[in-house]
Design a binder for this molecule. Structure first.
Ligand code: DGJ
Length: 727
């Protein structure tokens, strides 16, 4: 059960305080967080890191960290930053939190510790929650704020959590990027002062800077070694992560909703629960932290716990864009079926009656089929898919409207807007974002999906897109004194809708898309099965984008499609095998017009799809080992997946640069059983070529991991896929 569905059950099973006595240990299988919770005093964070036999020795080892676990404005000294600030009903802007109580409750796979703190003066309660998993080294932390003041208070800063680290040669890795260039790992040492990572797009938060970071405690980040902490904010809206280095002894990480223009007005009796901040620690470098987050995602952080293998699909967008006709769609179904695909998805361009959607400037909001393009309607397409033994999927952008739409003519009040100001328009010069704070709009959005799935129960997949930032920062629904609640209430409204959809349609696969990877985050993954990794399907650049995305997200969440060549964005010409091999390392799909493919391309794709289906259990649900980074400019990049039993593995290698006589490292594998013997088979062998000399050879696990093998990668865009099986 994932954490959001479970939360309603939790309140039932709180147990009284256990062995509290001021010392609180929050432990996972290999990590411990220590908190000093002396009644009547501020809560202190003493340690977070590897589990050792007696971690409290930290107090005798010179000094523990001893900093406030949730530094509040009014308590924390003015050198350090607050994680929490409240303006009380009487205007006072201070808080002095003291511990009142510690409770724990056990869940199937976690222990939740709740530390209740109260302000010394005003009736404000702050509950700091730590959920420690018993199956994986991840601790989720979040804050619940409530009050009984006479009037509303304003939350001026409301971080999900704060982490104190011992100061040292600590390096930060964060994902900086852009549209079509997502998830570029940026690495830098922490220096004195404040480092801020934030995103204020409003509706999406993973383009530019994403809400996930790693901190390498032993100097320059390493993939396979070094003490490393990962932090992931499970939120889809504006956020801010701050790392402050203000004294000689500590660094402080703060993470939460970005408070700019978003100071939240909280009524008496309401509880404000912040998003969860998931923390992980590993002494196996960035790779160890990634695997922890992937495991956690597959068991907790994603819908259906990320289980089950995903279908291989063709998506219509880059093949025909808005130029949809029934014939073209059915031809595409025939084509993907003939190559072994299982699902066809019709992208943007299928809808609009008064305003047909022929480009991106009209029709969002009018979710009726364009009968000129599709005379047989969706029924005919569902029928055609069924006859071919394919599943059918459809594109929607439910949170948006164009000014040129019947929807907007009828409901101009249902879009975000500022009173008396001209609307700022987005994509196509006409796009607006719906006011998801408004329950009527939430019903409208729910009904788009509900009506679609009720009318066409054959629909097995929805691509849920979001192509606009919030530019009009106001809501007609929210009261004038609550306008600043919009950024938060927008995402709460969206989550409410998703919860309703999931309660009724738990099994429809829904892709989270936002102009590519703009919503690749753990705020939405509890309700979605996967995300669109990038609008950029250039296979060479995809190696980098997928590499960066893999630091935090598992492969079955990452949609990766084989595109046409030359690729329309970059003009790059790439062999079909390279394009297939790059897409095969995640959830495989296609994004092209099959009618434009050569026979050779079709044949290679057919082989790739057949081989992928045979190996996808390991690729989609296995543990990732990144072996050679494309960023290290070693000439090639390589990664592998190993299943939990270390029985099956799949290895990918991609030539990134090609020069005569270049030196490339011998490839040392990882994650295998050292004492076992494995046989190697090459898969998706290039048509017209023989398999490499590694094919059919056996090696011991320790040889593969310590000595390694030479990667046979000759020529521009050479690539290899090997299946490695324990004998
Ligand atoms: C942006 C998405 O990222 C694309 O894949 C495609 O669905 C377009 N929107 C359609 O408008």
């Amino acid at each position: 059960m994932n954490r959001y569905l479970a939360s309603s059950l939790l309140a039932l099973c709180i147990t009284p305080a256990f062995a509290w006595q001021g010392k609180v240990e929050v432990s996972t299988p290999n990590t411990t967080m220590l908190l000093q919770a002396n009644e009547g005093e501020d809560l202190r964070m003493a340690y977070y890191g590897a589990k050792v036999s007696n971690p409290w020795q930290v107090s005798d080892a010179g000094d523990d960290l001893g900093f406030s676990a949730m530094p509040a404005f009014g308590t924390v000294d003015m050198i350090h930053l607050p994680a929490l600030q409240i303006q009380h009903a009487n205007g006072d802007i201070n808080l002095e939190l003291i511990v009142a109580n510690v409770e724990t409750r056990d869940e199937a796979d976690a222990r939740v510790t709740v530390i209740t703190m109260k302000d010394k003066l005003h009736p404000v309660t702050v509950r700091l929650c730590y959920k420690a998993y018993t199956t994986v080294d991840v601790i989720e932390t979040w804050t619940e704020i409530a009050h009984k003041e006479k009037r509303a208070v304003t939350l001026k800063r409301f971080d999900s959590g704060q982490l104190t680290l011992r100061r040292g040669n600590v390096w930060l890795t964060h994902m900086h990027g852009n549209w079509a260039a997502e998830a570029v790992p940026t690495q830098e040492p922490l220096t004195p002062g404040l480092k801020v990572i934030r995103n204020t797009d409003g509706a999406r938060n993973a383009h530019c800077d994403a809400p996930e970071i790693m901190l390498s405690l032993d100097g320059k980040p390493q993939e396979r070694n070094g003490r490393t902490i990962g932090a992931v904010l499970c939120w889809s809206g504006n956020y801010e992560m701050r790392i402050n280095t203000a004294d000689a002894k500590t660094h402080h990480l703060y993470a939460g909703i970005d408070p700019q223009s978003s100071e939240y007005v909280l009524e008496p009796g309401e509880t404000f629960a912040t998003p969860h901040l998931a923390l992980s620690y590993s002494d196996m470098g960035m790779g160890g932290v990634s695997r922890n987050f992937h495991y956690w995602a597959r068991h907790e952080g994603m819908l259906h716990n990320g289980t089950g293998v995903r279908d291989m699909l063709l998506n219509s967008w880059e093949g025909i864009y808005f130029d949809i006709t029934e014939k073209k769609i059915i031809d595409m179904m025939d084509d993907i079926k003939s190559m072994g695909g299982e699902l066809f998805v019709m992208d943007d361009g299928w809808f609009g009656d008064k305003y047909p959607r022929n480009n991106d400037s009209t029709s969002l909001g009018d979710w009726v089929v364009d009968k000129n393009k599709l005379p047989g309607g969706i029924e005919a397409l569902c029928k055609a898919a069924k006859e071919r033994g394919l599943k059918f999927g459809i594109w929607l952008e439910p949170e948006a409207a164009n000014t040129k739409s019947e929807f907007y003519e009828k409901h101009p009040d249902w879009v975000l807007q500022t009173q008396g100001r001209e609307l700022k328009l987005g994509r196509g010069g006409t796009q607006l974002v719906l006011d998801m704070t408004n329950p009527k709009v939430q019903d409208f959005v729910f009904n788009i999906v509900d009506e679609m799935l009720t009318k066409y129960p054959e629909i097995a997949y929805i691509k849920w897109d979001a192509n606009a930032s919030i530019q009009n920062c106001g809501s007609k629904y929210l009261a004038s004194n609550k306008q600043q609640n919009m950024y938060v209430d927008y995402h709460r409204g969206l989550v409410k809708v998703m919860q309703r959809i999931r309660a009724k349609y738990p099994d429809v696969v829904i892709q989270d898309c936002a102009s590519g990877g703009g919503r690749a985050n753990y705020g939405l993954l509890p309700y979605f099965d996967e995300f669109w990794t990038s609008d950029n399907n250039d296979a060479l650049q995809r190696v980098y984008i997928q590499w960066g995305t893999s630091y935090f997200f598992p492969s079955n969440a990452m949609a990766q499609h084989i595109a046409g060549s030359p690729y329309h964005m970059t003009g790059r010409v790439m062999p079909i095998k390279f394009r297939c091999d790059v897409a095969m390392s995640g959830r495989l799909g296609m994004e092209l017009q099959p009618r434009n493919m050569t026979d050779e391309e079709r044949a290679q794709c057919t082989t790739a799809i057949t081989d992928y289906k045979a190996m996808r259990q390991t690729i989609q649900l296995g543990n990732l080992y990144r072996l050679v980074s494309p960023y290290d400019r070693e000439g090639y990049a390589s990664l592998m997946y190993v299943d939990d039993a270390r029985q099956n593995a799949v290895l990918f290698a991609y030539k990134m640069e090609n020069f005569i006589n270049m030196t490339m490292p011998r490839l040392q594998l990882d994650g295998l059983d050292a004492s076992a013997t494995y046989v190697i088979h090459e898969r998706n062998v290039k048509h017209g070529d023989k398999a490499s000399s590694l094919d059919g050879k056996t090696f011991t696990g320790d040889f593969l991991m310590q000595v390694g093998v030479e990667m046979p990668l000759d020529g521009d865009y050479a690539s290899r896929v090997f299946e490695i099986t324990k004998q």
